[in-house]
Design a protein around this ligand. Structure first.
Ligand SMILES: C[S@@+](CC[C@H](N)C(=O)[O-])C[C@H]1O[C@@H](n2cnc3c(N)ncnc32)[C@H](O)[C@@H]1O
Length: 277
């Protein structure tokens, strides 16, 4: 249990991402900077490069960002996006993340890349943000809100700490409106939750909070593509993965196959959601 006494679902996500196996798996298979769905441009596009494309695409959507901007990356993982934004725009980024283990790697890479003055890595929970109202110009997140058992609270918190005129941009694996329960259930079991977000859910929440939708980019076809690449890479590297337990690898391959199947059956959505306060 952490010193911060996180609630049930949050603590579960923390324990998962802090485990040795998960840490090594995400670090090795994704390439050490990102842990999110990539934008694949062809059959040989490597996971690391495709993941970087997602960051570039999202960044290109932001209307106003510069060296005076204060950015929050909510659920920052190893901090690849924070480093990209700090390098590209010279902005100040708070990389808030639940896993202390990932945060250690994040701080190390920031130091190695000379970005530690621009990036603060904070151990924390995006359901309870330790910031004053209207602190950030831009809030960014990639594939993290799916882990929350209370996404309505997450949206309220993000809205609270966003400045007036500020932008919220994120990606999230979501359930599609056509999802059949039997197709979705194996994925929900895997993330230990009863629901996922949806394009409609986030748009409604944003509207309720008085935010304007700038754009929603549906990139759902990338989801099964991505998870099948990760599974193929994991299978290919299995021999070199003997520092990760066999149980973890087997469970991961099974979990990935559920993501791929649900994605191919049209039960899942993924894309970029962009709102303004
Ligand atoms: C799939 S990873 C994505 C990481 C990063 N956004 C990226 O794109 O590389 C999900 C991340 O969400 C973080 N996370 C999950 N629940 C969280 C919470 N309640 N507060 C903060 N971070 C959380 C995990 O620690 C993990 O790093």
């Amino acid at each position: 249990m952490s010193e911060k006494n996180y609630t049930g679902v949050v603590e579960k996500a923390r324990e998962y991402y802090n485990s040795d196996d998960a840490d090594k798996f995400y670090y090795d298979v994704w390439g050490g900077e990102d842990i999110h769905i990539g934008l694949y441009e062809g059959p040989d596009h490597p996971i690391r490069d495709a993941s970087q494309k997602t960051v570039e695409k999202m960044a290109s959507c932001i209307q106003k960002i510069g060296k005076d901007s204060k950015v929050l990356d909510a659920g920052a993982g190893f901090g690849g996006a924070a480093r990209y934004l700090a390098k590209e725009y010279g902005c100040h980024v708070v990389a808030l993340n639940l896993s202390e283990k990932q945060n250690e790697r994040d701080r190390q890479m920031n130091k190695e890349q000379g970005l530690d003055k621009l990036i603060d890595v904070v151990d924390g929970d995006f359901e309870n943000l330790p910031y004053e109202d209207r602190t950030f110009d831009v809030i960014w997140s990639e594939d993290s809100f799916l882990h929350s058992g209370n996404r309505e609270k997450v949206m309220q918190e993000l809205h609270r700490v966003l400045k007036k005129g500020g932008e919220l941009i994120f990606t999230d694996p979501m359930q599609s409106p056509e999802a059949k329960k039997e197709d979705l259930q194996p994925v929900l079991d895997r993330i230990h939750l009863e629901t996922m977000g949806s394009f409609k859910f986030y748009e409604e929440q944003a509207k309720k909070l008085g935010m304007e939708t700038i754009q929603i980019i549906d990139l759902s076809h990338q989801l099964p593509e991505h998870y099948s690449r990760v599974a193929a890479e994991l299978k290919e590297k299995t021999d070199k993965m003997n520092h990760i337990s066999k149980e973890y690898v087997d469970r991961m391959l099974k979990g990935l196959s559920h993501w791929v199947e649900a994605g191919r059956k049209g039960a899942l959505n993924w894309g970029i959601l962009h709102f303004k306060k």
